[in-house]
Design a protein around this ligand. Sequence first.
Ligand SMILES: C[S@@+](CC[C@H](N)C(=O)[O-])C[C@H]1O[C@@H](n2cnc3c(N)ncnc32)[C@H](O)[C@@H]1O
Length: 503
Amino acid sequence: MNYSNIIPITKRIPANRQGAKRHYGLHPYFTRRPFNVVRDYILNFSDRGDTVIDPFGGSGVTAIEAFLANRIGIQNDINPLANFIASSIVELTKVEVEDILDHLNLVERDCKENIIEIQNQDNSKIDIYDFNVKLPSNVELPSNSDVRSYFDLFTPKQLLSLAILKNQIDKIDNPSMRQVFLLAWSSTLARINKTFISTRGRAETRGGSSIFSIYRYKVAKDIVELNTWEWFYNRFRNILEAKKEMMHSIELNQRKGEWLGQFKVYKLDVDELRNLFYESADYIFTDPPYGGHISYLDLSTLWNSWLGLTPSEEVRKKEIIVGGDLKFTESHYIQRLKDSVKSSFDMLKDGRWLSIVFQHWNVDYFDAILTAAQESNAELLSAVSQIGDPIWSMHKKKGKESVLAGEFILTFLKKSLIKGVKEDRRMDVKGIIGKILQGYGNKVIYGEYLLNQLVIEAWKYGIIKELKLKKEDLSKILNEHGWTYDSKNHYWCKTDKPKDYLF
Ligand SMILES: C[S@@+](CC[C@H](N)C(=O)[O-])C[C@H]1O[C@@H](n2cnc3c(N)ncnc32)[C@H](O)[C@@H]1O
């Protein structure tokens, strides 16, 4: 494969978030990327047998898709929960459907009755210490939580029913099978706790935990106690579907030729991973944390603690975020973001590609990424705004034009010599915006798209640091150019009825 001849992806790929059971519905995680977009990038920029690394792997979409596409998928994340989810999904390929069903029957035989009996009791009459089950440690929760300690996250019924299930699963001998069952249990844990908020007007089971919606341990006003056994049992429908899907992908590749797929997991800080994989990746697709929105380690306490995976203080200090319980500063974040992007390029072989997903109002963050790329001899060859899908609209609904959602995928080619940025040129922000808007005549434009174009222009002019853009400034300039915000459709438009879409 001649990597430098690869034509980069320059158009948005419509996201199919729910299209694969191996990612959607198995276990929740933060900012999971749409599998089909990740897969198309992997297929475009790498070859079979290639090493594909995601240093900020999260729930493992990149490494799992790379593995299923007959590549060597390297999953890395500092968060044990992320690696637990990713590796448990892959463990599914190592167990037989019949064995899963046999084990499910055994767990049902030994737990179901007990759990249902507890479920039918009154919470005020239950003393959790009366039961002979191992309970998790009652650790302290992140400081911005509604409640102080771990047990406060559960009603007695919830805590006990989960503990009974966990005790039974821990007895499964086969490690792969045990991990598959723990995946189902851990996914159940996400709903069977007081942070679960039922969507109003829908079935009681519809909804989700505040951990994933407002990124905080907020306890629901009206606590919903879903049926633990039923929820756990029903997880297996998705698990079996996911298994079928993955086996199908593997068999398809095996029929085409030699099967080279592998999946490996690392739990290192990105800068440490660099030393292990120096100049050995054929492609990197990654999605670093975006500033201060999500404190991954704090928020994963619910799982890491009960799964016995609590990260050490030393590991916690390495998380790349703004804020959190360790109160990381923004300048620390920017420096670490820049270093981690450099580490990622260090892991890449010369003449290979790297895609990075990012989105933020703070252009200093983009500057950190683009400068790191430049210092690593990488050339930016495509920048695609992935906006407009249903999750994007959902985020937009929360906060109108000031909310940034959707991703921006920057793709670089690492080479020995690169063109430098045009230096010492002045950039007229208003003028540039005008030019971008003019190019679209009567069409509509998304705020994110405009910002993304501006960032790239500013970088070309070598003035990204000076581009201190505020959301209000952007709205003002757009208004001055005669564009208005359509809060129903979340885009800017010049005419009342836009005729055409940008994307
Ligand atoms: C935006 S998420 C990635 C989500 C992923 N793309 C997915 O589809 O699930 C960023 C990840 O970076 C991880 N992270 C934060 N600091 C890190 C560090 N220093 N080294 C490695 N991973 C880190 C977080 O735990 C989090 O899972």
